[in-house]
Ligand binder design. Structure first.
Ligand SMILES: [Zn+2]
Length: 301
């Protein structure tokens, strides 16, 4: 079932004001992605025309480039990468976690895929039809921007295979003096990682933190792990100037991570007030810049 061709209601908030601070990079012959430059060699590859507003990132090094997440697989992210990456560097690809909205184009990068060794990731690497199809419900997409060759009937997450495993503390080298450190941050998903670019003072966090409703209700979510991960990242706050998350806004202030850690601890201590989500299933704890949407059974033990 496809959405209407008119602008969906959630789109009225776009473009989000934070994007006006960034340089827009035009990528010819595609309509789905909007690309923004965050640093001379760091790009946000944003999917604003789907309500998830997924963001993938590209870091270009002197020897290697790193693609962090591959998006929803609705548009062809490889085409975008090819127009940004100099032919002198080779590409590596990694996922912040293997939820379907971040692995959609993994299959296009066979041979270059780094990943975490976990049962959860192994399961997701088999691909899925249903999770992809659930993203096409009415009002979820602004159809006008869909790629011409997109076929909603066959849209699926294709299977992929990890070529090289990484773990906590590993450093992914991009060239002279430039590496990204792998930080294990399970919680939102069991295979969640963050990537610290100490040289450029950037922290890529996937869905561990973003501005908007942070979803903590899937069966694979572990709140205790999540709190530990937030506190772990908050302790590193002197090492980065910017948080680069997996949804909504690519330029988030480090202090918000400290705030998230403090508020998450308060929630787990039973000190915070929530409201029910519209469907009545979850508790939402709201703050100015973000909220936590939690399955209440996770807090009752
Ligand atoms: Zn996720």
């Amino acid at each position: 079932m496809m959405s209407s061709s008119t602008k969906p209601a959630w789109c009225s908030k776009l473009p989000r004001p934070q994007y006006s601070l960034l340089e827009h990079v035009s990528i010819p012959s595609q309509t789905w992605f909007e690309v923004y430059r965050l640093r001379p060699n760091v790009f946000a590859i944003y999917e604003p025309y789907h309500w998830e507003e997924t963001i993938s990132y590209l870091v270009i090094g002197s020897e290697h480039s790193l693609l962090i997440d591959t998006g929803m697989g609705i548009g062809n992210i490889q085409q975008v990468i090819n127009s940004l990456v100099p032919s002198s560097t080779s590409l590596k690809v990694i996922n912040t976690h293997t939820h379907h909205d971040h692995i959609g184009d993994n299959w296009r990068f066979s041979g270059s895929l780094l990943g975490v060794h976990s049962e959860f990731a192994e399961h997701n690497a088999k691909g899925s039809f249903e999770e992809a199809q659930n993203e096409l419900k009415p009002g979820m997409i602004w159809e006008k921007y869909l790629p011409k060759d997109f076929n909603p009937k066959t849209y699926r997450i294709h299977p992929f295979q990890i070529d090289h495993y990484v773990q906590e503390g590993d450093r992914i080298t991009l060239g002279h003096n430039h590496e990204l450190e792998v930080i294990s941050t399970p919680g939102h998903a069991p295979d969640s990682i963050s990537l610290l670019d100490e040289k450029q003072r950037l922290l890529f966090v996937g869905d561990t933190f973003y501005q908007g409703p942070i979803l903590l209700y899937r069966p694979e979510t572990n709140l205790q792990d999540y709190l530990i991960s937030l506190e772990k990242l908050a302790k590193l706050i002197l090492k980065f100037d910017l948080i680069l998350p997996g949804h909504n806004i690519p330029n988030v202030q480090p202090e918000l991570l400290e705030k998230a850690a403090i508020e998450m601890r308060n929630i787990m201590l039973g000190k915070s007030k929530s409201t029910k989500t519209d469907d009545g299933n979850y508790d939402e704890y709201s703050y100015e810049e973000f909220s936590f949407v939690i399955d209440p059974s996770f807090l009752s033990t």
